[in-house]
Design a protein around this ligand. Sequence first.
Ligand code: AMP
Length: 193
Amino acid sequence: MRLILLGPPGAGKGTQAARLVEKFGIPQLSTGDMLRAAVKAGTPVGLQAKAVMEAGGLVSDEIVVGIIAGRIQEADASKGFILDGFPRTVAQAEALDRMLNEKAMQLDAVVELKVDENALLSRIEKRAAETIAAGGTVRADDNPEAFKTRLEAYRAQTAPVSAYYASKGELTVVDGMQPIEVVSAALDQALPG
Ligand code: AMP
């Protein structure tokens, strides 16, 4: 199962990806998680990405495409993967198509979680509050200012990715404003088998 989850920050991609990891036994490939790990480890990629991530902007296509190209070749991804937070630009989607073609791999589903923008900020605030309550560290970009930039990046650069897959007849849109179990059921219906 090779699946892409699309949707703005706070749409519930991470929640659904975690559930599907359990269900299918395939890894969640979150470029955001991988970049945060690189920042924490102070790798060259991390050093390059840190400031732009904290401000809520997008890291270069070259960096994230490089990360994903390596990651999908690892052994645990041989039976499939869930892409969460990638592709975020049409150039990334095209690069992914080329990578998959080269390996004679196909996508099984591209699902967009559609949510009302007005609900997103409160979802992000809730995520930050829950993280604090659990004794964790709030993401550096989970604040209203960076969030505004993330939403702008989504509108300008990532919304066209949905159009890209829709034009190829590959996109399924799921209403992400419904209760989690209803979203889960709708998403499961969009997946083959
Ligand atoms: P996320 O955890 O998916 O919300 O990603 C957090 C941040 O990492 C984003 O705001 C971007 O700065 C960066 N990032 C993650 N994935 C990508 C991507 N595919 N392209 C560019 N930047 C990304």
